[in-house]
Design a binder for this molecule. Structure first.
Ligand code: NI
Length: 136
């Protein structure tokens, strides 16, 4: 009996999508307004899901308090009210697209999740635009 437990979280961050090795014209063409040199912000919504067997003793797949604390410590504290390009090491050489942010979040959390459990990260960059990464 495998069950999925999910926790919602939130952070506000600024970013700019561009490649240093491209001209301003090419960056504008590919990234449009997201290439604004003075950055822009998003209210990111995050859903982190852990799938596994229900523990017979506790009745939990994962203690959701532990999951909430992991997200708070490793994601919200690292990203909230930060400029992803300038303040967060993970994006020094990685474009902070929703796709790449989701992968970075997954990699940060995966080490804390049991090997026999699956981790899934869904990141909303806007209420209508979201990406999902399951580690494959
Ligand atoms: Ni953006």
């Amino acid at each position: 009996m495998r069950v999925t437990v999910s926790r919602k979280a939130h952070f506000n961050s600024a970013h700019r999508l561009y490649r240093k090795d491209w001209t301003m014209e090419k960056n504008d063409l590919v990234f449009g307004k997201c290439n604004n040199p003075n950055f822009h912000g998003h209210n990111y919504d995050l859903i982190v899901s852990v799938t596994g067997e229900i523990d017979k003793e506790t009745g939990f797949v994962i203690d959701v308090k532990i999951l909430a604390d992991l997200i708070k410590e490793h994601i919200e504290n690292a990203f909230d009210h930060k400029n992803l390009n300038l303040d967060v090491d993970d994006f020094q050489d990685l474009n902070p697209t929703a796709e790449n942010i989701a992968v970075v979040i997954w990699n940060k959390l995966r080490v804390f999740i049991a090997h026999n459990q699956e981790l899934e990260v869904t990141l909303y960059e806007t209420p209508r635009n979201f990406v999902t990464y399951k580690g494959n």
